[in-house]
Write a protein that binds this ligand. Structure first.
Ligand SMILES: [Zn+2]
Length: 175
């Protein structure tokens, strides 16, 4: 598709989408356009607008490709700029989201490790407590206070390990 030039001075014609004549940039004379070309420009422009409405990177790239065929029209050039700007925004958005995901993954992993260590420590304490209980029971010197403390530790170990499992489950769901 070739751009029109003014038949009188050779200047650039300012074509507008949908208009059947165009004004010369240099001498200001109006020049009639071919009806088939007018229809074709309009068709390309509307097709590009439709692609833009998808509001996706692929849609904007498609729109730019279509508009480049009529880039000698100011409105098409403006639309290309608009598409490029939206593409940049989409890319920036995506980078931003990836960065946020990475940070939250790292946070999840750290929290998971802390819970795991806490679970292991409590399990070890509970195990030591049970051994202590058995020894004291066998010796017949089991005090009520010691038993309550040890049972509380064992309970805490169970609670933390359940929390850890819940947390790990949620972490894998969100991916
Ligand atoms: Zn002219």
């Amino acid at each position: 598709m070739k751009p029109y030039t003014c038949p009188i001075c050779g200047g650039k014609l300012n074509i507008r989408i949908g208009a059947d004549q165009a004004e010369c940039d240099s001498c200001g004379r109006f020049q009639a356009l071919d009806a088939a070309d007018v229809a074709r420009y309009r068709e390309i422009f509307i097709g590009a607008e439709r692609a833009m409405r998808q509001n996706t990177a692929a849609g904007y790239e498609d729109a730019i490709r279509q508009l480049q065929a009529i880039a000698f029209i100011d409105e098409a050039r403006d639309k290309i700029k608009e598409c490029e700007q939206r593409l940049n925004e989409l890319r920036a958005d995506r980078l931003h989201r990836q960065e946020a995901n990475r940070l939250s993954d790292r946070r999840n992993t750290r929290l998971g490790i802390v819970l795991l260590i806490l679970t292991l420590l409590l399990c070890a304490a509970a195990l030591a407590g049970i051994v202590y209980l058995v020894v004291r029971f066998v010796q017949g010197t089991l005090s009520k206070g010691a038993m309550i403390t040890i049972l509380a530790v064992a309970l805490a170990a169970i609670v933390v390990s359940v929390l850890g499992k819940l947390f790990a489950g949620r972490g894998s769901d969100s991916k």
